[in-house]
Design a protein. Structure first.
Length: 241
């Protein structure tokens, strides 16, 4: 999903979509495409919104086989971006990602392993961060599955890292929950609530732990600066050029 305004980045996104904000000389969308390829995605769908044509040009210049979809209602909840992307799904499962997260290659290998074996919707989480007010928090049930998820939870067990794997056998159920939320909660709903809706239906998503590897989220200027420093020093994705 690459439709957002990125308004918290201030002047940087006044006329530039968040997906094209550069970190260590590469736009965020480049890192997302590199990660998707490293996971082994055969079909990559990018949902743009703000400055859609700019995003589309960058995507096709980096990945000629990627499909670019426009969410013209990008100012509403990102559930609409999910639904726009789902309309272009081919057979098989899918990995839902945000363009403002940069993950280490080691995490791609972990995600690929989960996708190979998981038969249930799986949320990727970690427990080694100190979560703040803007972090997505997850409360687990007695079986270690997702029970609740929100930034405002007063107590939680793990933090969500912005990725969900939906295996082929659960695509229909995931889509049913998404459309139900659109009808009952409205267009402003966020995609994480789909996982909560599945839990309410007695189909709680599993959790895959990626703790110990570290990743970067770019929502505010200081986070971009931190990411710039880390990637210039460590070069997580040396293949980008």
């Amino acid at each position: 999903m690459a439709a957002g305004l990125g308004s918290r980045l201030g002047d940087m996104t006044a006329a530039l979509p968040k997906a094209l904000i550069e970190v260590a000389e590469h736009p965020l969308i480049d890192y997302a495409l590199a990660f998707a390829s490293a996971v082994g995605a055969h079909h990559r769908i990018v949902v743009g919104g703000f400055c859609h044509e700019d995003v589309a040009r960058r995507v096709t210049s980096r990945d000629a086989e990627a499909v670019v979809v426009e969410n013209s209602d990008f100012r509403k909840g990102n559930l609409l971006s999910l639904l726009a992307g789902r309309a272009r799904l081919e057979s098989g499962g899918f990995l839902l990602m945000n363009t403002d997260h940069i993950y280490r290659p080691a995490i791609a290998r972990m995600v690929a392993e989960v996708a190979e074996r998981a038969s249930e919707v799986t949320a990727f989480c970690d427990h080694d961060r100190t979560l703040g007010a803007d972090d997505m928090k997850v409360k687990l049930d007695g079986q270690g599955r997702v029970a609740e998820m929100a930034k405002t939870l007063a107590s939680w067990d793990v933090g969500y890292v912005g990725m969900t794997w939906v295996p082929a056998s659960r695509v229909a159920a995931h889509g049913g929950a998404a459309h139900h939320l659109l009808a009952t909660a409205g267009e402003g709903t966020n995609v994480e609530q789909v996982l909560v809706e599945l839990a309410r239906r007695g189909e709680p998503p599993m959790v895959a732990d990626i703790s110990g590897h570290g990743w970067l989220e770019i929502d505010e200027p200081h986070e971009r600066q931190k990411a710039e420093e880390v990637l210039r020093k460590e070069r997580w994705w040396p293949g980008l050029g």
